[in-house]
Write a new protein. Structure first.
Length: 434
């Protein structure tokens, strides 16, 4: 990813230096296990660890790979340059390249997941703080973009919190599922390497041995991982879309923080645009773009082909770096979001009580009017509000068919805003706990 949408902590996980360091650790731990089993001399295993403080020369490895056309062989050749050909002759004993490559990829995905979980934690903290801050801030709920019934801004934040909490659980499961390693040889049969080598390497690197691998770790694990990232990205967009709507000039119930000196348009000095949340919508598309290729990687020929390799070299870094950046950008937007309760109330009252129509409908049915007739009575008066700007309560009080069933006091009671928010505490307890 370009630096504009990257955070250095996540970028470092995918750097060549990090990748070669993990390769080295896999090979070194494998040598330790081989020595413990008496397969290779202990002195040779100890010699490998002499390179533990070496900074591997990426340019030199690339130079070797230009000749060998094989990245793992290029690395092993470079490692031998540091520890000597004699001591290096038992490195990679009984292993295949995918043992190194797949185990490394999963280590990187686990580390990436840990950073993403921290990003989710920041988003969750921000959403919870703002939810309690605006627990009782009344705003209009909308369906199809049209006024529906009253809700609160706190419930909006709480809804997003619950969604992100589910995403955190999904990512924890995806992390666990992808945290496997394989040191099982050319077709996964351990023909030339003892299974205890795999167990040792995985234990040292915080992984679980893959129960059955071929030449590769099964890609359904990775498909689930990237699909989970896609779901998280969609949830980010879900929040971003709500904020973008609220910042529309005609709505203006909330807006992104506009910092001193910030400019919204090169042409129109008055502009304050939702640029961060629009950016988040775009970044979400990029993350989701990786899901289909990850799913298609599941189907490989026989014990292995490399159709998945080029895909993973790109989607591994790109999706995790992009999602990491997006999570922290979203957290910042929520933390600094400017909320306008007065505008929320103004918007709610724009159609003069119209949003209380269901309460009147239910009151009429409870008073003995058929649902069809009740709907007709309420809609008849509601259309006057839409079409003529009338006051809904006034129209109801002037409708003899309505007042024949409901008293003025009963009609008046149906316009109490508190009725719609009386279960907010119950919902908060469900979302956040007691």
């Amino acid at each position: 990813m370009i630096p504009r949408y990257s955070r250095p902590e996540m970028v470092a996980i995918w750097s060549p230096e990090t990748r070669f360091r993990i390769w080295f650790e896999i090979e070194a731990h494998a040598c330790d296990a081989q020595a413990a089993l008496g397969v290779i001399p202990k002195a040779n295993a100890e010699a490998v660890w002499r390179a533990k403080d070496v900074t591997f020369d990426v340019a030199r490895i690339d130079e070797i790979e230009a000749v060998t056309k094989h990245d793992v062989i290029a690395f092993l050749t470079h490692l031998a340059e540091h520890i000597g050909a004699e001591d290096a002759r038992f490195v990679h004993q009984g292993m295949t390249s995918s043992d190194v490559l797949d185990t490394t990829l999963n280590i990187q995905l686990v580390r990436a997941a840990d950073l993403l979980l921290k990003g989710l934690d920041r988003v969750l903290a921000a959403l919870k703080t703002r939810a309690y801050e605006h627990k009782d801030t009344i705003r209009i709920g909308r369906s199809h973009g049209i006024h529906a019934e009253p809700t609160t801004m706190g419930l909006t934040f709480a809804r997003f919190y619950a969604e992100m909490k589910r995403n955190r659980e999904r990512l924890e499961n995806a992390r666990k599922e992808v945290a496997t390693g394989a040191i099982s040889g050319a077709v996964g049969t351990f023909a030339n390497i003892d299974p205890r080598v795999e167990e040792h390497v995985c234990r040292m690197l915080g992984l679980t041995p893959e129960p059955i691998s071929t030449q590769v770790i099964p890609r359904d694990r990775h498909a689930m991982f990237f699909a989970t990232l896609g779901v998280i990205a969609s949830s980010i967009e879900n929040v971003a879309i709500e904020i973008r709507h609220m910042q529309r000039t005609e709505v203006l119930e909330a807006e992104e923080f506009f910092s001193p000196g910030q400019k919204g348009s090169s042409a129109m000095p008055h502009k304050r645009n939702p640029v961060l949340t629009e950016n988040l919508t775009g970044l979400a598309r990029l993350v989701r773009m990786a899901v289909v290729p990850a799913l298609e990687n599941v189907a490989l020929w026989h014990e292995r082909d490399i159709s998945h390799s080029s895909v993973e070299r790109m989607i591994g870094p790109d999706t995790t770096i992009t999602l990491d950046f997006a999570l922290h950008r979203l957290a910042g937007v929520i933390e600094k979001l400017v909320v306008y309760p007065e505008n929320m109330l103004k918007n709610l009252n724009r159609f003069k009580g119209l949003v209380m129509s269901q309460r009147v409908l239910l009151a009429l049915t409870q008073a003995g009017v058929s649902r069809e007739d009740a709907y007709r009575l309420v809609q008849r008066n509601a259309m006057k509000v839409w079409e003529k700007g009338a006051d809904f309560k006034t129209e109801l009080l002037a409708d003899p068919e309505v007042t024949a069933v409901l008293s003025p006091a009963e009609i008046e009671e149906k316009f109490d805003l508190g009725y719609h928010t009386r279960h907010v505490d119950t919902i908060f307890a469900r979302v956040f706990g007691s």
